[in-house]
Design a protein around this ligand. Structure first.
Ligand code: NAP
Length: 244
């Protein structure tokens, strides 16, 4: 029986690459999405090319009832969840003096409360099974902070605290909880940056390039594998050495 991975926000960017990478490792994939579109169809197709099952499950992670339904449907469909990757996330960048309260709240609701909502519904299944891996996609700015991102960095720092606390709660039951903190990764999230800014950013990275979704997916693959079975509560930076 294949292992099952639930990945939130998995139709594009980092989530999509994590889903495809785990499919290549033989995982059946529960792919959470918000909107039906071409990205969803393409990702599903690419996952299924690896002779594994792909179950697409709609829902907004910031909505607790949606998350109850997402997890219920995945359990009905696959019978278990071995890996949860909390990947869904947004940015709404603005200096604090101009930031609207709604933009602060929305980023916290999706990135941090969303992580709680999905994990809260998955955790009992993993505890009963006495095994499981939870990987939270945080960010280096959750460690370093970043001007213009008080909302985003607060949400990502919150995910790190959440990861460490939950890791302590569930380690004795065989459930390992870790975070991955990417630096600048080429996705639609960073597409909005002007080319000059991207070049400037790349110059400041010791490895002299922005990361790819595959760079992040490789580390998630490691955190799902037996090779990381003595690691929990850790934050692995995937940032080309940007933050040391
Ligand atoms: P992306 O290309 O914008 O993809 C984000 C994904 O999350 C999309 O599939 C989006 O779906 C989904 N999503 C957003 N809100 C959702 C919600 N409420 N419920 C369910 N799904 C939702 O971003 P990305 O760069 O791949 O980012 C993935 C994760 O990595 C995020 O948590 C991000 O903060 C983190 N990260 C990214 C970078 C980077 O440089 N790119 C760096 C550090 C950390 P829709 O299509 O419905 O919007």
């Amino acid at each position: 029986m294949n292992k099952v991975a639930l990945i939130t926000g998995a139709t594009r960017g980092i989530g999509r690459q994590i889903a495809i990478t785990l499919a290549k490792e033989g995982y059946d994939i529960a792919l959470n999405y918000r909107k039906e579109n071409e990205d969803l169809e393409n990702t599903k197709k690419e996952i299924e090319e690896n002779k594994v099952k792909c179950f697409a499950v709609k829902g907004d992670v910031s909505n607790f009832e949606d998350c109850e339904k997402i997890v219920k449907q995945v359990i009905e469909n696959f019978g278990k969840i071995d890996v949860l990757v909390n990947n869904a996330g947004i940015t709404k960048d603005m200096l604090l003096m101009r930031m609207k309260k709604e933009d602060f709240e929305q980023v916290i609701d999706i990135n941090l409360v969303g992580t709680f909502n999905v994990t809260k519904n998955v955790i009992n299944h993993m505890l009963k099974a006495r095994t499981g891996r939870i990987i939270n996609i945080s960010s280096v700015v959750g460690v370093s902070g970043n001007a213009g991102q008080t909302n985003y960095s607060a949400s990502k720092a919150g995910m790190i605290g959440f990861t460490k606390s939950l890791a302590k709660e569930v380690a004795s039951r065989g459930v390992l909880v870790n975070a991955v903190a990417p630096g600048f990764i080429e996705t639609t999230m960073t597409e909005v940056l002007k080319d000059e800014i991207k070049e400037e950013i790349a110059k400041g990275i010791p490895l002299k390039r922005m990361g790819t979704p595959q760079d992040v997916a490789n580390v998630v693959k490691f955190l799902c594998s037996e090779d990381s079975s003595y690691m929990t509560g850790q934050v692995l930076q995937v940032d080309g050495g940007m933050l040391m």
